[in-house]
Design a protein around this ligand. Structure first.
Ligand code: ATP
Ligand code: MG
Ligand code: MG
Ligand code: MG
Length: 439
């Protein structure tokens, strides 16, 4: 992509409304634009990151055996009346009436809709386990939308729903998602800690929140230092091995970790003082086992091996990709701007021409651009005739992992400068080695 063709509305000043660094940097880097309170457009740079994050989430959901679907955002109130949540959900739900006077709502979550799909098709335990997920916009009329996409009213959520014949198999489904989440957050460059959590309006009795430690987090959290050294399972993890998954979950739930709602002073005080991490955290994911809470009222029944009809045991599993982007920035930035982990960077490389119009410089840049793209890299090529200072500031602000800088003198000498964004390290290398260096 040529910068001259890319819509990148950089802000020079710090926006006054932005209280935390991720919000400030997302606005400054032209990633998002507020449309109304708590509602944002993802501009091209932001959209590219969102797509990267969603691709990782999708890969890890699929790896764990979940099936992707796409449910609508506008739901019928009738299903929520059946589950009994229409009245109890409260003011966070945006209620809508259609032209026929029918009650509709903008989905804040999808347990009812997905359970309705399930009960329409599945009759036998032989079709279980089943996990259906989608990545779709949600609306919650938050009392205090703030911090940009961190707490917005309209936000993207990956929500998965598992269906099993009994508690034991539902726990295995829970473990699959637990391990899938560990992998997802690690691939996004984050250290997420699963913490015992309250189940809130979703209900149920087994629940973990995945928390990123950050001073700007809204939750107060308490955990054992051991978490910081635990190893996340690699891609070879076997999602069909229930015992293996249970073992991994055990390792990740044994040291103390709880959010303030679930915090227990007595157990906490038993943790050696030097191992206690009391911090603030950002909830990036949340998983629940809720048993038959929805299958009973909505009559999602299957025939078991004994021929008897039984309500299925369910769980739901959420990740907020839009909040996740903000959390990544909270965890990875410096004074100059964002420092993207490679896996979610909007482009792999920023190619900076110091003098567009100079024949040598143009020729060298065009060649590098073509070669890098041909080798499969996403390149943002700054082909604009602007001041050197502004070019460097923009590249640092948008945080691409590598910068390749070509000036007229270097181009003549057959050289380019490479800068690693995270460390600031620079080296001058032959133009012919750029692709190999980036790879
Ligand atoms: P919070 O405690 O921050 O209000 P929640 O517990 O209400 O979040 P869940 O119902 O568990 O949220 O939803 C699953 C995930 O969706 C959360 O872990 C978070 O990543 C994301 N999410 C929830 N609310 C928002 C929001 N207002 N803006 C952005 N992401 C959100
Ligand atoms: Mg909430
Ligand atoms: Mg919460
Ligand atoms: Mg939650």
């Amino acid at each position: 992509m040529r910068l001259s063709r890319f819509f990148l509305p950089i802000l020079k000043e710090n926006p006054k409304e932005a209280e935390i660094v991720s919000h400030r940097l997302m606005l400054r880097a032209g990633m998002i634009r507020q449309q109304a309170a708590g509602s944002y457009t993802f501009l091209p740079l932001g959209k590219r990151v969102l797509d990267k994050v969603c691709a990782i989430i999708r890969e890890e959901q699929n790896r764990a055996g979940a099936n992707e679907i796409l449910m609508p955002t506008i739901q019928s109130a009738d299903l929520w009346r059946e589950s009994g949540r229409y009245d109890s959900y409260g003011k966070e739900m945006l209620r809508i009436e259609d032209r026929h006077g029918r009650d509709m709502l903008y989905g804040p979550t999808n347990e009812e809709v997905v359970t309705d799909i399930f009960r329409s098709y599945v009759r036998s335990y032989k079709d279980l386990p089943l996990n259906l997920y989608h990545i779709q916009w949600k609306f919650r009329d938050e009392v205090r939308p703030r911090f940009g996409v961190m707490r917005s009213r309209e936000f993207l959520m990956k929500d998965a729903y598992s269906f099993d014949i009994d508690r034991a198999s539902a726990e295995t489904a829970y473990h699959r998602m637990f391990v899938s989440y560990l992998r997802t957050f690690e691939r996004c460059g984050l250290q997420a800690i699963p913490m015992r959590a309250d189940t809130g309006p979703i209900g149920g009795d087994l629940s973990h929140e995945f928390i990123i430690l950050a001073s700007t987090g809204e939750s107060e959290v308490f955990c054992h230092r051991d978490f910081l050294g635990l190893k996340v399972p690699d891609a070879s993890v076997d999602f069909s091995d229930a015992a293996g998954l249970a073992e991994i979950v055990k390792t990740w739930t044994t040291p103390y970790a709880a959010t303030d709602e679930m915090h227990d002073e007595a157990t906490w005080n038993a943790v050696p003082a030097e191992d206690r991490v009391a911090a603030r955290g950002i909830e990036v994911g949340h998983i629940f086992y809720f048993g038959t809470k929805y299958s009973e009222p909505l009559k999602a029944m299957v025939t078991g091996p004994d021929g008897k009809e039984t309500p299925i045991h369910g769980g739901s599993y959420g990740i907020g990709p839009s909040r996740l982007i903000a959390a990544i920035i909270e965890a990875s930035h410096d004074e100059a701007g964002i420092v993207w982990p490679k896996s979610v960077a909007p482009f792999d490389v920023g190619l900076v021409s110091m003098k567009p119009g100079d024949a040598d410089c143009d020729a060298a840049c065009e060649t590098i651009y073509r070669e890098l793209e041909a080798a499969g890299f996403d390149v943002l090529y700054d082909d604009q005739d602007t001041r050197a200072g502004a070019k460097f500031a923009t590249m640092d602000l948008i945080g691409l992992p590598l910068q390749v800088v070509v000036g007229p003198r270097g181009a003549k000498a057959g050289e380019a400068e490479i800068k690693v964004r995270a460390t600031g390290e620079r080296e001058t290398i032959p133009l012919a080695s750029v692709v190999a260096r980036v790879s």
